[in-house]
Write a protein of this length. Sequence first.
Length: 156
Amino acid sequence: MIHAPVPTVESEKASTTSSAPVQTDLELAAIATAPSCARGLVRAVAYEWGLSELADTAELVTSELVTNAVQASGRLRIGSGTPMVPVVKLWLVSDRISIVVHVWDGSEEMPVRQDGAPDQESGRGLMLVENLAQDWGAYRKAAGKVVWALISPAGR
């Protein structure tokens, strides 16, 4: 099982800000508006944590991961035969230098990076994540899976 890295505190920034890791989380209904809610949280938190330079990238990566989680959750709803609205969970962890975005959904189907053809409307999300994040991955939980991405300043 591969778990997401926990950012480490580097001394240059630790001297000007708190070195204690920070985190926040949000549980969302797995519906079409979840990605925009997640983007808003990520942007606000990045600014609150003094990581405004990471806000755009973290917001885009989060949007892709939450969109994928909502889609995977939709397949669960169809397969269950009962009326339910699954949830997705977003949590962010930071050392105030980097941010690790984690997204959980109840599907056990692991993500697969695809090369989207020019005429395809979808299938490029993980390719974007791979190119924007310093690292990313996924691991199974007892129920569902977590997909994570490490967002770091350029050159780190």
